[in-house]
Design a protein around this ligand. Structure first.
Ligand SMILES: Nc1ncnc2c1ncn2[C@@H]1O[C@H](COP(=O)(O)OP(=O)(O)OP(=O)(O)O)[C@@H](O)[C@H]1O
Ligand SMILES: [Mg+2]
Length: 299
């Protein structure tokens, strides 16, 4: 299946992201394999698409595939294609993903996990521009530009005997490093606004804007799951109108208490309006204000 190419740009005007985009734009002009590195959720898949779109092959297909298949013939057939009857379950002639990418870009995720069969097929694909479908003798000519992602050190994998040396050489060494989100925090405003606008549009809901405290929480968080995690957090916000833990306050109670001063100030000190906005009763609000006064006097 040829993937639907969305037009999501690689967001971020920080120096790091500008460098990433410049590298992708440059590499896109050359036919050689490109390696994309980066932790989970940093945008490796997106970078591969962006590279494709900026390349002379932009009008060809972009096909993404995972290669960490168990030694299951049908799964490998999904990549290489097969002839009808080649194995149990091969009910028709099938054009695999490698061939589907002909004239375009093939994005191979986690290439270090490829089985020996798939490694051999990848080598034949880049070296010989050929694919041989399972159950066929005659190879077919296939012209693809390869982009691959890996977090493993391929040289070490070669030494460990799990990765072919000739394939490593063929893959070359043209890396693009996707930075973890904590290394380009200055992109957060853009990385929040753009998806939030899209999610709001998609959901058709009226979404309130993020409050100062919430923005502060987003900015001080460490983002171990990178941009993907940020997108999930924003989606949660659109659905539940609050940030998920651990970003939201530890309890709804602590949450409204923290926001109290801010909302009170916004409402010009009007307690009724403040209580309504914080979804608490007026009594609860008065009690809290009394408690604060007492606490302040005790100091
Ligand atoms: N710089 C960015 N600008 C806009 N969206 C981004 C950016 N980086 C990541 N994303 C978005 O974050 C999500 C995760 O990105 P992607 O799937 O490309 O990450 P990945 O590195 O391939 O992650 P994994 O290793 O988990 O597969 C996607 O929805 C992607 O569109
Ligand atoms: Mg990915």
């Amino acid at each position: 299946m040829v993937e639907y190419l969305d037009r999501t740009p690689l967001i971020g005007s920080s120096a790091v992201m500008r460098k990433v985009r410049a590298a992708l734009a440059r590499l896109a002009q050359f036919p050689w394999p490109v390696r994309i590195e980066g932790a989970s959720g940093t945008g490796k898949g997106l970078a591969a698409r962006v590279l494709h779109v900026m390349s002379p092959r932009a009008h060809g297909p972009f096909v993404a595939c995972a290669v960490n298949l168990l030694v299951d013939t049908l799964a490998i057939g999904e990549l290489l294609g097969y002839r009808k009857g080649a194995f149990t379950g091969a009910e028709f002639d099938y054009m695999g993903k490698f061939e589907q990418a002909h004239g375009g870009t093939l994005f191979v995720d986690e290439i270090a996990t490829a089985s020996p069969t798939v490694q051999e097929a990848l080598l034949t694909l880049i070296e010989g521009k050929q694919v041989r479908r399972i159950g066929e003798q005659r190879p077919r000519l296939v012209d693809v530009r390869l982009v691959f992602a890996t977090n493993a050190n391929l040289k070490e994998a070669v030494l460990a005997g799990t990765f072919r040396r000739d394939l490593l050489y063929r893959l070359g060494d043209l890396p693009v490093r996707m930075p973890p989100l904590r290394d380009h925090r200055d992109d957060l405003p853009e990385l929040i606004d753009y998806p939030l606008e899209r999610l709001t549009r998609e959901s058709g809901a009226s979404v309130r804007s993020l409050e100062t405290l919430e923005l502060k929480a987003l900015h001080s968080y460490d983002w171990p799951g990178n941009v993907r995690e940020l997108e999930k957090v924003l989606q949660h916000f659109v659905i539940f109108e609050e940030l998920p833990l651990p970003l939201g306050a530890a309890s709804p109670e602590a949450d409204w208490r923290e926001r109290l001063d801010q909302v009170l100030a916004k409402n010009g000190g009007n307690r009724a309006a403040t209580a309504r906005e914080l979804h608490v009763s007026r009594k609860t609000l008065y009690d809290e204000l009394k408690r604060r006064k007492r606490a302040a006097n005790e100091e």
